[in-house]
Structure formats: structure tokens, C-alpha cells
Write a protein that binds this ligand. Structure first.
Ligand code: HEM
Length: 412
């Protein structure tokens, strides 16, 4: 590249796995800066807390990347699984955003989510029972055996995905979300085809035999003008947004607790601290380190820097959440910190619709795990942990988390 732009994303493993020092250096140099992404495209990176809030809530900054790129005559590079799956609430602006969000938001209303607690607890207990079988001295993979399947089963229940389809669907999503550089590898294409086939079949089934699940609600909305593209896209987005994020919160959160044994001890002594602790774990571990891409529709000044129209903007939530202007001693994990205003779930009209569900899942997951295995410990060297997620931009989590469970206090 002939310009002097710093690159953003596609980092070497040391930065990708623990990016916070890198974010802090970049933020200190320039809280709003133009950089070059790993795919070669330029983008404005927003690192400061106030600037991030402004960008996430500014109607001049659009989420409809496809429209903006097409308007600019740019070649639209469609990722997998392709355009039929890209018309969902996180990719559009009002009024389409309002319409699509409203359709699913009833299913995510706080009282409805609270009513899911017994079902989520039953799923957590069932998964722990399976891990129990390995015995107290065995090393088990807490990501593959607990953090990943728990939210996947929950979103499967919510959507009405048949239990028999879930394992292969989950395996395909894991391949697709791992990320890659350049053209998709054959296994990603295969996974994408599998997901597409499965979701289409699910919609067909619910058209003929509607039930009380979210897919049936969306299928019924076709009568009110919801297009098949919007329906399939919404399903795809809900599955993606609804499992890997929460799985990363549970896995990353546990590592942060292992790294801070005194705070883990205090939490074990009073699991009632979990709701506040979970917010701090989101702030501190950044399961979603960047918001999704946005584009300016006209020139916008952010923190004194003018971003021209039609430029990509990427908000670094992991940096904003460690901005010392907003969070004193930002690099200190403090489970008692009062930080309802952290940006881990985003901000503005695209604020995470699943936040109440994610908080509930994480609370139940930690309650069940820590009360059953109070002596739980890391089963490998801290440096040997396997992190995942190719470019390190939108997701940050562990591929596996070996732990020694220790004696079980299983009840009943
Ligand atoms: C710890 C777990 C989670 C984190 C950290 C997280 C984070 C986020 C963030 C940062 C956004 C905004 C993205 C942007 O503005 O570009 C978002 C949006 C969204 N999330 Fe989550 N999320 C989590 C779990 C979930 C769950 C469990 C679901 C649903 C089952 C969900 C559904 C959604 C949806 C539908 C949107 C789009 C909202 C809109 O465009 O109006 N998320 N999430």
C-alpha cells in the first residue's frame, strides 16, 4: 500500500488474544483515526468512549453498508452465506430497522426472558452432568462442553429448531464464525450450504406446522409484508448473535476470574454479586471487541476529526470500555464496579436486543458451574490457551478452555 495508514485487524496472535494494550496505545495516539483493514479497505477507527457513543447513535452514520457501497459504485463483496441472508435489523436503517426489530422484540421482552430461567438452568445442569461423568480429576473442555452448547441450545429452543438438527447446525456455525483470510475455504462453503439448507427447511416446516416459537411468529409476519429474504436473514442473524457472543462471555469471563483469584474467591463466597460481576466481565473481556461496520452518509465530525461522507467507520468497543476518561483505572478488573453504561452491548437504536437474555444465560451458567465446582481451576498453562476468530474484529473468544473441575457438589 502506498499510504502511511496503520493496519487494523489481522493482528499477530499475541495482539489478537490480548488486544487491550494495543487499543490503549492507539487511543492515546489518536482516538479517531483512519486505518487500513486486513482486507485492504480503509476505515475510521473510533477508540474513545464519548466518540464511540456518538457514532453508535448518529443517524448520519448508516448500517446499510450494501446500499452505501452500491451507491458509491464499489464492488460489493458478499460474504457467506450471501445476499439472501444479509437483510436483517443489524444491516439496515429506519424505517426498515424499526419494522424488523419490532417483529422480534416481543420475544425478547424482559418478562419473557425472565420466564426462560428454569429452562436455561435445566440445560446448564444437563451439560454439567455430562461433564461430571469424566470424574473430579479429569480435564474437560469448558468451551466445547458448556459455554458453547448452552446458548446454542437456548437459541434453538427460542427459534424452534428441532433438537435433532442442532448438533450439525452448531458445528457448521462454528466453522463459519472462525473466519479466514481471502477466499472462503471449502469447509466454510460446505458449512454455509448446510446452514442455508437447514434454515430453509425450518421455515418450510413452520409454514405448514406453525408452533409457539419465534420462527413461526416470523413466518406469520410474511402475511404483513416480511420478505423471505428478511425472514431468512433475521433467523441467520439471531443464531449468530445469540450464541457465540454469550459463549465468549462465559469463557473469557472465567479466564478473567482465574487471573484474579481473590475476586473469584469473593464471588464464590457470594454468588449474589453475579449480575454486577457479569457487566464488569463484559467490559473487561470484550466478547464483542468492535461493533459491526458503519458508513457515513455525509461528513461527520467526531471528537474534532472530520470523517468525510461514504467512509467506513468501525467502533472499537473494547477500547471505549477501557477509556480512562469514563472508567477510572480501566485496566483493573473490579467486579463491584458500577458500570451499567459500558458499551459492551452497543448503544443507540442497534443496542443489543439479546442483552437481557445474554445476562441471564451468563448468570445461570456461572451460578451452576461455580456452585457445583468451587475448586474449578485452569487445566493448562495460561499461555497455552487456544483463542479463535480470525481477524479479531467482531468476536473474541476461546476455541477451547481445558479446566480441572475438582470435586462436584452436585445436588439432587
Ligand atoms: C454477551 C453476549 C452478547 C454481546 C456482548 C452482544 C453484543 C452486541 C452488540 C455490541 C450489538 C450492537 C452491534 C452494533 O451496533 O454494531 C448487538 C446487537 C444485537 N444483538 Fe447482541 N450481544 C450478545 C448476545 C446476544 C444474544 C444472546 C442475542 C439474541 C439471542 C443477541 C441479539 C442481538 C441482536 C438481534 C442485535 C441487533 C440489534 C439491532 O440491530 O437493533 N445478542 N449485540
Amino acid at each position: 500500500m502506498a499510504d502511511n495508514l496503520a493496519t487494523w485487524g489481522g493482528w499477530e496472535p499475541a495482539i489478537r488474544d490480548d488486544p487491550f494494550g494495543h487499543f490503549a496505545d492507539a487511543r492515546a495516539r489518536c482516538p479517531v483515526q483512519k486505518a487500513r483493514l486486513a482486507d485492504g479497505h480503509p476505515a475510521w477507527i473510533v477508540l474513545g468512549y464519548d466518540a464511540a457513543r456518538q457514532v453508535l447513535n448518529d443517524p448520519r452514520i448508516s448500517k446499510d453498508m450494501l446500499a452505501a457501497l452500491a451507491e458509491a459504485g464499489d464492488v460489493v463483496a458478499e460474504g457467506l452465506p450471501g445476499p439472501e441472508f444479509s437483510r436483517h435489523m443489524l444491516n439496515v436503517d429506519p424505517p426498515d430497522h424499526t419494522r424488523l426489530r419490532r417483529l422480534v422484540s416481543r420475544a425478547f421482552a424482559p418478562p419473557r426472558i425472565a420466564a426462560l430461567e428454569p429452562a436455561i438452568r435445566a440445560i446448564a445442569r444437563c451439560l454439567l452432568d455430562e461433564l461430571d461423568a469424566a470424574g473430579p480429576g479429569a480435564t474437560v473442555d469448558l468451551v466445547q462442553g458448556y459455554a458453547q452448547p448452552l446458548p446454542f441450545r437456548v437459541i434453538g429452543e427460542l427459534l424452534g429448531i428441532p433438537a435433532a438438527d442442532r448438533p450439525r447446525l452448531h458445528a457448521w456455525f462454528q466453522v463459519l464464525l472462525t473466519g479466514w483470510a481471502g477466499d472462503p475455504p471449502p469447509e466454510a462453503v460446505e458449512a454455509s450450504d448446510g446452514i442455508v439448507g437447514c434454515l430453509r427447511e425450518l421455515v418450510e416446516t413452520k409454514r405448514h406446522r406453525p408452533a409457539g416459537d419465534l420462527v413461526s411468529v416470523l413466518v406469520a409476519a410474511e402475511d404483513d409484508g416480511l420478505t423471505t429474504q428478511e425472514l431468512l436473514s433475521s433467523l441467520f442473524q439471531l443464531v449468530v448473535a445469540g450464541h457465540d457472543t454469550t459463549a465468549s462471555l462465559i469463557g473469557n469471563g472465567l479466564i478473567a476470574l482465574f487471573d484474579h483469584p481473590a475476586q473469584l474467591g469473593a464471588l464464590l463466597a457470594d454468588l449474589g454479586q453475579l449480575p454486577a460481576a457479569i457487566d464488569e466481565l463484559i467490559r473487561f473481556t470484550a466478547p464483542v471487541p468492535h461493533a459491526t461496520f458503519r458508513v457515513t452518509t455525509k461528513p461527520v465530525t467526531v471528537d474534532g476529526v472530520e470523517i468525510p461522507g461514504r467512509e467506513q467507520v468501525l467502533v472499537c468497543l473494547g477500547s471505549a470500555n477501557r477509556d480512562p476518561v469514563r472508567f477510572p483505572a480501566p485496566d483493573v478488573l473490579d467486579l463491584a464496579r458500577s458500570n451499567g453504561s459500558n458499551l459492551g452491548f452497543g448503544h443507540g437504536i442497534h443496542y443489543c436486543l439479546g442483552a437481557p437474555l445474554a445476562r441471564l444465560e451468563a448468570r445461570v451458567a456461572f451460578e451452576e458451574l461455580l456452585s457445583r465446582y468451587p475448586c474449578l481451576r485452569l487445566g493448562v498453562d495460561r499461555d497455552a490457551l487456544a483463542w479463535t476468530h480470525g481477524d479479531g474484529l467482531v468476536l473474541r473468544g476461546l476455541a477451547s478452555l481445558p479446566v480441572v473441575l475438582g470435586p462436584s457438589r452436585r445436588q439432587g
